[in-house]
Ligand binder design. Structure first.
Ligand code: ATP
Ligand code: MG
Length: 277
């Protein structure tokens, strides 16, 4: 499955990426090129390394071995100061700690703007915040603190912040988890809209297969530190591998069922409480 990739094959390229934490190996040699203007969805069981892979794409994690490129430039070896400049071209919306608790919605969204640009026209910034919040259905919440918002509302504000600087690439880690079906679909439509209108390259980690099929030009499944499936929605739907089929249909495998019947606790597939949020 491992394919040869060149640093110029995509906006983001990971090459022979291996990541170990202490002695446990999470990514066992991943090579992927993420094409400009496309939406790539990454799926896989909880704990398989999706978030770790995504963090490497913006150098929030450094590889044990292997390389990461952004627009042909190697980024995994850059220092934090040089990375700060690169990261302005990304929007990212991570699974945990998405918003600053002590800042209002307005301040959360303007944070990346104020950090990277000298502001002379605050009226334009107000309009920009209004516009981005309106895109996620949250205009009017500017003065709220994150604690006063529901989980789904916080997620939408985090998305508004991710798109604040009109980034070229957006990394979304589980953008629809915890949202009701209608809100999830609004996020899906937003990702599609950003792609269609601004040719944004999106990489989306999700457990939500409905969303994966809807937005993914390409779907990649990780399992045991490797890519076990890579293709469009039809390719994944019709994939012959039983692990892929079980995952996309949300089915427990036979070995897990047998363990359940025996009252055992050792499951092959590890589901964590947050998977059911
Ligand atoms: N900073 C870290 N130190 C040690 N181990 C880590 C660290 N970050 C992640 N891991 C481990 O790496 C593995 C992959 O974690 P990761 O967060 O990428 O999983 P995931 O596929 O995103 O799962 P989920 O679907 O539950 O979000 C897990 O076993 C996790 O415990
Ligand atoms: Mg994760």
């Amino acid at each position: 499955m491992a394919k040869y990739v060149d640093k110029d094959d995509g906006v983001i390229v990971v090459k022979d990426l291996v990541k170990m934490f202490d002695r446990s190996i999470v990514l066992e040699g991943i090579s992927l090129a993420f094409e400009k203007g496309k939406t790539t969805v990454v799926i896989g069981p909880s704990g398989c390394g999706k978030t770790v892979l995504m963090k490497h794409m913006i150098a929030l994690e450094r590889p044990t071995s292997g390389e990461v490129y952004f627009k042909g430039q190697r980024i995994d070896e850059l220092n934090e100061r040089r990375l700060a400049a690169i990261r302005t071209q990304y929007g990212f919306c991570f699974q945990k700690g998405a918003l600053f608790d002590s800042l209002t919605v307005y301040e959360n969204i303007t944070f990346p703007i104020v950090q990277h640009r000298k502001i002379s026209d605050w009226k334009a910034i107000d309009d920009l915040v209004k516009n981005k919040l309106a895109m996620v259905g949250m205009d009017g919440y500017q003065e709220h603190l994150p604690a006063s918002l529901s989980g789904g509302q916080q997620k939408r504000v985090a998305l508004a912040r991710a798109i604040a600087l009109n980034p070229e690439v957006i990394l979304y880690d589980e953008p629809t988890t915890g949202l009701d079906p209608i809100r999830s679909d609004i996020i899906n439509e937003l990702i599609l809209k950003l792609q269609r209108e601004l040719q944004i390259t999106s990489i989306v980690v999700t457990h939500d297969m409905k969303s994966a099929y809807k937005i993914g030009d390409r779907i990649i499944m990780l399992h045991d530190g490797r890519v076990i499936a890579d293709g469009d929605a039809d390719h994944i739907r019709n994939h012959p591998h039983s692990i892929v089929q079980q995952f996309v249909h949300g089915e427990v495998n036979e070995a897990d069922l047998a363990a359940l019947r025996l009252g055992g606790t050792k499951f092959e597939t590890q589901y964590l409480p947050e998977d059911f949020k």
